[in-house]
Design a protein around this ligand. Structure first.
Ligand code: URA
Length: 246
């Protein structure tokens, strides 16, 4: 592990926020290789002995956020009682405490976020933050302009009216019709039910974007770690702006 600021290491070891950790250092409770630590110093926890009140610190691993292109046929659940393949079965070495951020239906493919940061997962799916999700839908038949307009304004489902949505026809001669749908709600099978409400069956559904994260050319079944820039955007979207090193 490279040298890191001591207050950041202490924060990761559970000594409060970085500001709180600074107070622990300023109080003279921290030593590095037996010598009293000073504010602003850097240390390497792999090669140096860092102690608070004479006890070695234990550093928690950094959180991990993963972008997965979920194939159809895979279930978004921790354990499937019918023994079907889950998203955790197709991830290589998922870290402990990894949880999915909202669900996709078994028959829906595309971008699924997973994270070890519980607060981030909670906020990204909380209606208060209205995180935008974009889907590409293939629907049977020709969708009339009037139906597109209804979908944009909101349609009545059995669990209430849907919030306004962005719905655009994608290039291609209908039928079938290809559409892009962006919503901030996350109700069960929402996009499929929205189209059923205007008389069209969705034959294929793929999520291409979750907030600032795009699926791009990630292959079905493949996953990647979210970049620091993507993570910073996700965090600030839900009021968890990461403090950066100075
Ligand atoms: N809407 C759906 O109908 N299914 C999903 O998996 C996600 C959104």
């Amino acid at each position: 592990m490279p040298l890191e600021r001591l207050q950041k290491l202490l924060a990761r070891a559970g000594y409060g926020s970085r500001r709180g950790a600074e107070l622990v250092i300023a109080a003279g409770r921290v030593t590095v290789d037996g010598a009293p630590a000073v504010l602003g110093m850097r240390a390497d926890p792999d090669t140096q002995r860092i102690e608070v009140d004479g006890e070695p610190i234990r550093i928690q691993p950094d959180d991990v956020t993963i972008v997965l292109n979920k194939p159809t046929g895979i279930v978004v659940t921790a354990v499937d009682d019918r023994g079907r393949q889950t998203v955790f079965d197709i991830l290589r070495d998922p870290p402990p405490h990894l949880r999915y951020v909202g669900r996709l239906d078994r028959d829906t493919s595309g971008l699924l976020l997973l994270t070890t940061n519980g607060e981030l997962a909670h906020r990204l799916t909380h209606p208060r933050y209205e995180v935008m999700k974009t889907y590409e839908a293939t629907v049977d038949g020709i969708v009339a302009d009037e139906s597109l307009q209804r979908l944009r304004l909101g349609v009545m489902l059995e669990d209430g009216m849907t919030a306004p949505a962005t719905v655009e026809q994608l290039p291609g001669m209908p039928p079938p019709t290809y559409l892009s749908v962006t919503i901030h709600e996350g109700r069960n099978r929402q996009v499929r039910r929205m189209f059923e409400a205007v008389g069209h069956h969705v034959s294929r559904l793929r999520r291409t974007r979750f907030g600032p994260i795009a699926l791009d050319d990630l292959a079905p079944g493949a996953s990647r770690v979210a970049t620091p820039a993507e993570l910073a955007k996700l965090m600030s979207l839900v009021g968890l702006a990461e403090r950066t090193e100075v």
